[in-house]
Design a protein around this ligand. Structure first.
Ligand code: NAD
Ligand code: DAU
Length: 357
């Protein structure tokens, strides 16, 4: 059997960002073994990875990070030397209707993983701590809302405002606590809003693309004046690669797109590109815009200062927004079967059956 240079566990690899991270690592590092652990919730979809599913350095493990016994078993069996942890409940609106689910997955699940890593790495004389890393992928939402200008830096105080961001903030604190208390080698990155292929169509951009193609209303929360900082998902995956390899033990890195958009302005761009794609008259898709009741506790503005990762690791976004959004819309329009599939709910039954033994 081949001796791999690294045995990396990536959690949440069937989801939106995770699938791009898994693809990048599997293709770029044939001498690393990549294990993708995912529970295949509504947001996880192995269709996102069909291009690499037979690669010799890739293995899919279906399982739940909330199941501590299962984690102990797979850590013992596969001897992971590092973890890149992305599995989470990720949608703010769902966290408002069901906060406990977010505590269970995002907090308890993360602590279970920390325990499994700690038990293997800190008690196993064969493993060297310098070769181990627990990389926790987090969000800029932990910093709260920038209502009065400025940018989030790595030293901005935590001030989470939604149940989702509170659960992510809590998981970040646990990761730092394990570093401080047990000397577990860790890094954390906090990223702004991602967009691109394979995002579940409950999030703003894919939801609106899907609704425009189906001539359905576009529900703009409040006045559409909230601001987000958008980053193309492949650029986030590249940043994760850089932080995994070059990030310093115990450090945090902010990742952002230097690309702020007011929701309504971004929505108008999406409408315009979709009009062209669908051969509609300019302004046709904008007619679908429908202002609806605001999200409860809706954060006004997020904006990342990504100077540290740029200066220390040399990372910067590779795509301009105009190029990224056109690529994104092209992808969804060329993969309408994917959209139909993930919105039908049928795909999950099929893939769960096919991939579990
Ligand atoms: P996603 O919802 O698309 O994917 C999450 C994945 O985790 C899914 O494949 C799901 O099946 C899996 N999962 C959920 N619960 C699990 C469990 N109990 N056990 C095993 N697997 C489970 O999420 P995403 O948008 O790709 O986000 C990935 C990570 O990046 C999250 O931690 C999120 O907080 C963070 N993040 C997301 C963004 C963004 O804009 N989407 C920005 C910054 C950070
Ligand atoms: O900032 C990083 C975060 O970005 C990630 O941690 C989250 O996992 C990810 O979901 C995202 O959170 P947001 O809440 O910013 O993303 P969402 O796509 O849900 O919404 C983007 C903006 O659009 C937000 O201001 C709410 C608004 N919106 C969203 C939806 C779904 C609407 O106006 N209408 C909608 O239907």
């Amino acid at each position: 059997m081949k001796n791999y240079k690294k045995n990396i566990l990536i959690t949440g690899g069937a989801g939106f960002i995770g699938s791009h991270v898994v693809r990048l690592f599997v293709n770029k590092y044939p001498d690393y073994k990549i294990y993708n652990l995912d529970n295949l919730t509504y947001a996880g979809n192995l269709q996102n990875l069909t291009d690499i599913e037979t690669a010799p350095n890739y293995t899919f493990l279906k399982g739940d990070i909330v199941d501590a016994g299962f984690l102990q078993k797979i850590f013992a069996e596969y001897q992971f030397d590092s973890v890149i942890h992305l599995a989470a409940e990720s949608h703010v609106d769902r966290s408002i209707s069901n906060p406990l689910e977010f505590v269970i997955t995002n907090v308890v699940g993360t602590v279970n993983l920390l325990n499994a890593a700690k038990n293997l790495w800190l008690s196993n004389k064969q493993q060297s701590p310098s070769e181990n890393l627990f990389y926790h992928v987090s969000t800029d939402e932990v910093y709260g809302s920038l209502d009065n200008g400025g940018f989030f830096t790595e030293t901005t105080s935590y001030d989470p405002q939604s149940p989702y961001s509170a659960s992510k903030a809590s998981s970040d604190h646990f990761v730092r606590a394990y570093h401080n208390t047990y000397k577990l080698p860790i890094v954390i990155s906090n990223c702004s809003n991602n967009y691109g292929p394979n995002q579940f169509p409950e999030k703003l951009i894919p939801l609106f693309i899907n609704n425009i193609r189906n001539n359905k209303p576009l529900p703009v929360y409040g006045k559409g004046e909230n601001i987000r900082d958008w980053l193309y998902v492949v650029d986030h995956a590249r940043a994760i690669d850089d932080v995994y390899h070059e990030g310093k033990n115990g450090e945090t890195y902010n990742i952002g797109g230097f690309n702020e958009w007011k929701n309504i302005d971004l929505i108008k761009v999406v409408c315009k590109v979709m009009d062209k794609k669908l051969g509609r008259k300019e302004g046709e898709s904008e007619k679908l815009i429908s202002y609806v009741t605001d999200r409860a506790g809706h954060d006004m503005r997020y904006a990342i200062d990504a100077t540290k990762i740029n200066k220390e690791l040399g990372w910067k976004p590779s795509l301009q927004f105009e190029e990224g959004i056109t690529k994104t819309i092209d992808w969804y329009m060329n993969n309408q079967a994917w959209l139909d599939n993930v919105t039908s709910g049928e795909y999950q039954k099929y893939y769960t059956k096919q991939y579990t033994s």
